[in-house]
Design a protein around this ligand. Structure first.
Ligand code: HEM
Length: 145
């Protein structure tokens, strides 16, 4: 075998090892772990609550809300949604949001706040998208109720 062919084989091997290493670590971790478990979720919801208060488009909707209860229930809901060991103890989302008449724009605005917080917390992009995909079906229960 020539020197070049041997070098070529070594390169292929190195590439295979490298690709395998790239595919494994966080992408295969459970979604709940990728969010940093309960501690990470609490931090995400802390950040979201801060942003809701600072977001003039949606803050008024929360004027009469008990934010401690909202925080607790949202952590439970998100935890359950990403396969964590939590039970959501609140009411059905459709009931909770009935009477608020949340518009599509308001819905999107809150989701943008959520994305910003997840980004700030360095949640892997694929994990963010997985949560958003799982939340998407709730949209119909939340808007225009
Ligand atoms: C993205 C999906 C959403 C989920 C999973 C969700 C989840 C929740 C949960 C768990 C609660 C607490 C329930 C309770 O107090 O019993 C809640 C309350 C509330 N949500 Fe949402 N929510 C979503 C979207 C939105 C959006 C887009 C808005 C407005 C822009 C919104 C506005 C509110 C308000 C104002 C309350 C408090 C209601 C009250 O004080 O009675 N939610 N939501």
């Amino acid at each position: 075998m020539t020197k070049c062919a041997t070098a070529g084989r070594i390169h292929v091997l190195a590439l295979t090892v490298l690709l395998a290493a790239c595919a494994t670590p966080q992408s295969r971790a459970p979604l709940y772990d990728q969010f940093g478990k309960l501690e990470g979720l609490n931090a995400v919801v802390d950040g979201l609550v801060e942003r809701i208060h600072a977001n003039a488009q949606i803050a008024p909707l929360f004027a009469n809300t008990d934010m401690a209860r909202f925080h607790q229930l949202l952590v439970e809901y998100l935890c359950m949604t990403i396969g964590g060991p939590c039970t959501y103890t609140g009411e059905e989302l459709v009931e909770v949001h009935t009477g608020l008449d949340i518009t599509e724009a308001e819905f999107n605005s809150l989701v943008e706040d959520l994305i910003d917080v997840m980004q700030e917390r360095n949640i892997p992009r694929a994990a963010q998208n997985e949560l958003l995909d799982r939340l998407a079906p709730t949209r119909k229960d939340i808007i225009y109720q």
